[in-house]
Unconditional design. Structure first.
Lengths: 184, 213
């Protein structure tokens, strides 16, 4: 019942067709934000690092001894300001605020779950969670994600970042035919 | 403390730009992988070009010290493998870490689920880090750039990337146009794409004029 209602709302949303910015204009804007980050701080943007420092902080709250002995978490736990005053964590809190503000100004705030026609809310949330988990593993191994590697390292022409971009998109395209059916 | 305010401010601008581009929507992002909507590519590459040209010219003009910019170290094998794993997760989730935050902030439950999954994935990977560490630290782990790889000057590499990106933008526009035409063709849209064998049948059903002729 609830699902039928929200599916109806979704088709209503499609008719309204929210208008986004031109991708090239938005891209140049995003590039200027990245450039500002380089000029002001000397390093670029990130996102997965905020999840890493949050995970490290959580582990440290439960088992402080273990967290500082774990080679991965120790880096965040042992930083001079600790895991909760991490630069990327504050940047990502800003991403939440900026995304919210932009959507609010454009009238795009809406409680829903984006999914294909034949997909239940529950299974879309499960797939989204699983996808997030897999990305978490990938981002740890790659030392970053689409923000920290693809955008930041990409703009500074790092070979590892361009390699990351290449295999990430290749894998996503390889998986696309399997996933396509769920987005009709 | 003040640098955390800077972090917050840069983050607000970052999130704002992502949402403006429509990248808080998993449906829009996955269009990239089905070749129906190449916004992800266009936004990412115009951002990379802008920041690449900006850092290059500001460095040339002496406004910034280009050498002091932090370039991520390259650990090639873990980054290639991590990229492939990341890409699979990206296709499943329909959102990447940054865009999942935008999606969640605009009220979407799937964005929040991706963010929760990311937290769990990073947590579990961290907990099993001892097993992964030898692979994680493999490779030279030094700054390695495309100009070094291609034996070009930095400026020549920048110029080459601009040319390739412009050609790719033109290709992206043509792909989108073709996919849009195909979508208006009711048979191509069906679950069973037509084979060469039923091309005649398709012509006859879609275009009544052709049947008469």
């Amino acid at each position: 019942m609830a699902e039928a209602r929200s599916a109806g709302r979704e088709s209503l949303g499609e008719e309204r067709q929210v208008k986004y910015s031109d991708p090239y204009v938005a891209g140049v804007g995003l590039g200027l934000v990245l450039l500002a980050a380089f000029v002001i701080t000397g390093h670029g943007l990130g996102a997965s690092g905020a999840f890493a420092t949050t995970a490290a902080g959580t582990v440290a709250a439960v088992a402080p001894g273990y967290a500082s002995s774990n080679a991965y978490f120790a880096r965040y736990v042992g930083s001079p300001d600790g895991p909760w005053r991490d630069w990327l964590l504050f940047e990502v809190i800003g991403v939440f605020i900026g995304g919210f503000l932009s959507a609010a100004l454009a009238g795009r705030l809406r409680r829903d779950v984006e999914r294909g026609a034949g997909v239940t809310i529950r299974s879309r949330l499960a797939i989204a969670f699983a996808g997030g988990g897999v990305m978490g593993l990938g981002a740890v191994l790659a030392r970053g994600c689409t923000s920290g590697q693809a955008l930041t390292g990409g703009a500074l022409l790092s070979v590892g970042s361009w390699g990351f971009m290449l295999t990430a998109f290749a894998a996503a395209y390889a998986a696309a035919p399997v996933i396509k059916g769920s987005w009709r | 403390m003040s640098d955390l305010f800077v972090a917050l401010g840069i983050g607000v601008a970052f999130g704002f730009a992502l949402e403006r581009a429509g990248l808080g929507s998993a449906r829009k992002l996955t269009g990239q992988f089905f070749l129906t909507d190449l916004t992800v590519f266009k936004v990412m590459f115009s951002a990379i070009l802008t920041a690449m040209l900006g850092t290059f010219w500001l460095g040339r003009l002496g406004v910034i010290d280009f050498a002091s910019l932090y370039v991520p170290d390259t650990h090639l094998m873990p980054q290639l493998a991590g990229g492939a794993i990341f890409g699979l997760g990206f296709a499943l989730a329909g959102l990447c870490p940054g865009t999942s935050c935008v999606s969640a902030a605009t009220g979407r439950g799937d964005g929040a689920a991706v963010a929760a999954g990311l937290f769990t994935g990073v947590l579990l990977t961290g907990l099993s880090f001892t097993a992964l560490q030898p692979f994680y630290t493999s490779g030279a782990g030094v700054v390695w750039t495309l100009p070094q790889l291609l034996h070009l000057s930095y400026g020549a590499a920048v110029f080459l990337i601009v040319l390739v990106a412009l050609a790719a933008f033109a290709a992206a526009e043509r792909i989108e146009l073709r996919m849009r035409r195909r979508r208006h063709d009711p048979i191509a849209e069906s679950a069973f794409p037509p084979s060469a064998a039923d091309a005649g049948f398709r012509e006859a059903t879609v275009n009544p004029a052709a049947r008469r002729a």
